[in-house]
Ligand binder design. Structure first.
Ligand SMILES: Cc1cc2nc3c(=O)[nH]c(=O)nc-3n(C[C@H](O)[C@H](O)[C@H](O)COP(=O)(O)OP(=O)(O)OC[C@H]3O[C@@H](n4cnc5c(N)ncnc54)[C@H](O)[C@@H]3O)c2cc1C
Length: 506
């Protein structure tokens, strides 16, 4: 008998393991306290993973595979994965062990260490999900995501003409994709599933699993099967793709996912594959070129073929050292309002409250609202990581960490991003509609009623001058700062110092 382990984010029904049913193979899937407790997770995230695992186990069994699925009730005796695996080898009289390459360094190491001591043969296989190998950083041009992405466009022949040139004559349509969302543009209703996960919810309560955020366990909105993931993809293609790129960077009180796909959970749990999403997007566009422009399609595909693969390659290149990166020497604790949403800053309140309610925020909320605030305020990267890794349904370390530490907090000193994603309130006012109802005034800087993003932005640049002053992409803001009177600079810095002292009351 060969025991094959399937982790909670390895729900890939197209894996070659499942092409045939082998009577001498048993698949092990287990709900473990190790996984519910390594971080404080959003309740919807734990519910969604366990529900998706259970559906996957059911589908495998239905297809004729032998599956051993253990709930939290049944894994009580084994505190961690190695203990469980050792016990299961005995239970199933297994003479061999196999596992799919984990995406998280922590699990990878745990399994490598454990299998190194095994007296029986063991084999690690690919998860057959990603388009690039783990050492993609070494194999592909990586000085900027753009070059990595172009190489993959060529390799997989995505959005290319017959001569191998990019369709539309450009690789990247980002410049066309930075529109503010007008009030006249109607938003699509997000497709939410009403999965009943009350049994899992009761089990979490019974076991005293601590979670954050809110969940209606009678109607979990996230897809928990491949079929639901495909339905979410179809919904995106029909209702969101036509405006995806154009409003990709927009912020709005009117909705919580705007034109975004909300596919990250399906992708990261591997219920759906990146290539499948890319091909479906291309072919949907080919059939609907009269209503969907290339800029929308390229903008979306770049996120999956470009950013997603790029951050994964970065993760495996930089782990575990990146865990202690703190290039900007940020040390402040995360303000309490990140856990409650109780702040007078309308943009932060909206982003945090919807994260607590839906376990979701779109990219610009993560990067330019919560991430931007943490960067300007100098929050310790480990605290920022802990929040992002816990709160989002799609948060798994291989994708969260590069985005948080690298892209958002510039803690790697500029490997992932060529400049910090820092902005004053002016950017938030330009891209969103939060400012008009906000307690603070985005047009003011030093006054008590001024938007805190303003003074904090200049304070950030001024205090990081030694580290960032030579960055050519920051030449303009530094020249602007130098052109301000000493009196104005002093007033701005004093206001920012006050905001930082009173950060909990903002
Ligand atoms: C601070 C911070 C933390 C983040 N943490 C996570 C995380 O834990 N898990 C996660 O999947 N993404 C993370 N991202 C990236 C991105 O914000 C999310 O993938 C996206 O918001 C998920 O929503 P969506 O599925 O609607 O994405 P869409 O906007 O519809 O984009 C489509 C897909 O592209 C991929 N994608 C887009 N941007 C990125 C990116 N920067 N890196 C990797 N993939 C990307 C995702 O798979 C996403 O589903 C983070 C970004 C930031 C700035």
């Amino acid at each position: 008998m060969e025991l094959r382990l399937l982790l909670g984010d390895q729900l890939n029904a197209s894996h070659s393991w499942f092409r045939e049913c082998h009577p001498d193979v048993i698949y092990l899937m287990a709900e473990l306290r190790q996984e519910t407790d390594y971080c404080l997770h959003h309740r919807q995230k734990v519910l969604a993973f366990f529900a998706a695992m259970r559906s996957f186990a059911k589908a495998l069994t239905h297809a004729g595979h032998k599956v051993c699925y253990l709930t939290l009730d049944e894994t009580r005796a084994w505190p961690n994965l190695p203990a469980l695996l050792s016990a299961m080898l005995d239970t199933h009289h297994a003479g061999a062990f196999a596992w799919q390459e984990p995406d998280e360094w922590r699990l990878d190491k745990q399994l490598d260490d454990w299998t190194a001591t095994l007296p029986i043969p063991s084999k690690r296989v690919s998860s057959e999900h990603f388009l690039t190998p783990r050492d993609g950083w070494q194999r592909l041009p990586h000085s900027r995501m753009e070059y990595f992405y172009r190489a993959l466009r060529r390799q997989f022949k995505v959005l290319l003409d017959e001569q191998g040139q990019p369709l539309g004559g450009r690789w990247n349509f980002d410049a066309d994709n930075r529109a503010r969302l007008p009030a006249s543009v109607a938003l699509p209703e997000p497709l939410c599933f009403a999965n009943d996960v009350q049994e899992i919810d009761a089990m979490l309560t019974r076991h005293g699993v601590t979670t954050l955020g809110r969940a209606d366990a009678s109607a979990l909105p996230w897809p928990i099967t491949r079929q639901q993931s495909r339905a979410l993809l179809s919904h995106f293609l029909c209702h969101c793709l036509p405006q995806f790129g154009r409003y990709q960077d927009a912020l709005s009180e009117r909705g919580w996912s705007l034109f975004h796909s909300r596919l990250a959970f399906s992708l990261n749990s591997k219920m759906i594959s990146p290539l499948e999403v890319i091909r479906a997007t291309e072919s949907h566009w080919q059939r609907n070129q009269d209503t969907i422009t290339l800029a929308q399609v390229e903008g979306f595909i770049r996120q999956i073929l470009g950013w997603r693969e790029f951050v994964r390659a970065y993760y495996w290149e930089k782990m575990p050292e990146v865990l202690s990166d703190n290039a900007l020497a940020a040390t402040r604790p995360l303000p309490g309002f990140f856990w409650t949403g109780e702040t007078k800053m309308a943009c932060l309140r909206h982003a945090i409250t919807q994260s607590l309610e839906n376990s979701y925020a779109h990219h610009i909320q993560r990067l330019m609202v919560t991430g931007n605030f943490a960067l300007l305020a100098g929050i310790a990267p480990a605290e920022v990581d802990r929040w992002y890794l816990g709160i989002y349904v799609d948060a798994i370390e291989w994708v969260q960490l590069p985005n948080t530490r690298g892209m958002s907090q510039f803690a790697d000193g500029g490997v992932l991003a060529s400049k910090p994603y820092a902005s004053s309130g002016a950017y938030l006012a330009r891209m969103g509609d939060h400012c008009k109802g906000c307690h603070y005034d985005v047009k003011k800087r030093e006054e008590a009623e001024a938007c805190p993003f303003n003074a904090l932005y200049w304070h950030f640049l001024a205090r990081q001058r030694e580290r960032l002053g030579a960055n050519p992409r920051l030449a303009l803001p530094y020249a602007n700062w130098d052109g301000q009177s000493a009196q104005q600079q002093a007033a701005t810095l004093a206001r920012a110092e006050q905001w930082l002292r009173e950060i909990e009351t903002l």
